[in-house]
Design a protein around this ligand. Structure first.
Ligand code: GUN
Length: 303
């Protein structure tokens, strides 16, 4: 049963609006600087979920007007081969954004690959220089999933300042950066993980609960404070074969104030933020301000 008291945060529609802005900013960049943003995704191996993500990124970036390329390497590729690809892309002036799809197949050292990325092209915001930038609150690329979560809330007018954000999961892709970015926006943050004691009690104190664990329907309705904002980052294949998140969404309806569906919630926002980061990287390479181009495009879209 869907309760009318819980509202959906429609990531698909919101991401579509962001993508229209990126498309307009891309046209403005082309007109002013004769430059087309270039995004290259590096995909190693045959992981089916990664293949789907990469296809979706490819489609969205092409629609935005970017030059998109995917470099595919077999799961048997060596560390040196992968480094050679990154070095080549770092040196290519037509490539403004590089995304190495994670996780890499077993045996490859993802840290060494990420360390090698030119921070200006690290549109995932994962390289040490990028991490330093978002931790210190300095200019640089912000990781796409946390940035997408915050953008989604902002576009629904949901306040972060002064709220208690609780995130389950401490990954570099979600848990750590969302805590840092929310703190920068004056939230009070709690990071929970596999060794946290009293997990359910922490969750019940959340004004904003972020689930980023990768475990099907782990967060139960009675872990959610009535009226809380619930951001479900998980994408799992349920026992019934359907995609589901880390939250028992059906049960959470009528308890949460707002919730992201899976699919159609956080996932599309991640891709939209990747496009924004790439547009900004391209603009910066020409000495232009990508944020200003995006703001101009958003202003036109708003009329
Ligand atoms: N795998 C799952 N999500 C992501 C992401 O945001 N970036 C990268 N590089 N790999 C991922």
């Amino acid at each position: 049963m869907t309760s009318p008291s819980t509202q959906l945060l429609d990531g698909k529609a919101t991401a579509a609006a962001v993508r229209v802005e990126v498309q307009a900013a891309t046209a403005a960049l082309r007109d002013a600087h004769g430059l087309q943003p270039g995004l290259t995704v590096v995909l190693v191996g045959e992981d089916p979920a990664s293949q789907v993500y990469v296809r979706n990124k490819d489609r969205a970036a092409t629609e935005a007007g970017f030059q998109v390329d995917t470099v595919r390497l077999p799961a048997t590729a060596s560390q040196e081969e992968l480094h050679a690809v990154v070095d080549r892309l770092n040196a290519d002036p037509a490539v403004h954004g590089i995304l190495v799809q994670l996780p890499l197949p077993a045996g490859l050292d993802s840290d060494a690959v990420i360390d090698r990325l030119d921070p200006a092209k690290d549109v995932d915001g994962l390289s040490p220089r990028s991490v330093a930038a978002w931790t210190l609150g300095r200019p640089g690329h912000r990781p796409c999933t946390p940035a997408g979560c915050l953008e989604l809330m902002a576009r629904y007018g949901l306040e972060v300042a002064g709220k208690h954000l609780v995130v389950i999961g401490r990954s570099m892709l979600v848990g750590k950066p969302i805590a840092t970015l929310a703190l920068e926006r004056n939230a009070t943050v709690t990071i929970c993980h596999s060794r946290t004691q009293g997990l359910e009690d922490h969750c019940r104190r959340a004004d904003i609960l972020v689930a980023a664990v990768g475990r099907e329907r782990m967060v139960k309705a009675d872990w959610i404070r009535p009226g809380a904002v619930v951001l479900d980052v998980g994408i799992n294949r349920g026992a019934d074969g359907k995609l589901c998140g880390d939250v028992d969404t059906e049960a959470a309806m009528g308890v949460a104030g707002w919730i992201t569906p899976v699919p159609g919630g956080v996932g599309p926002m991640t891709i939209a933020m990747l496009l924004r980061n790439t547009l900004c990287a391209a603009a910066a390479s020409a000495g232009a301000d990508g944020e200003a181009l995006l703001a101009g495009a958003a202003g036109v879209a708003a009329g």
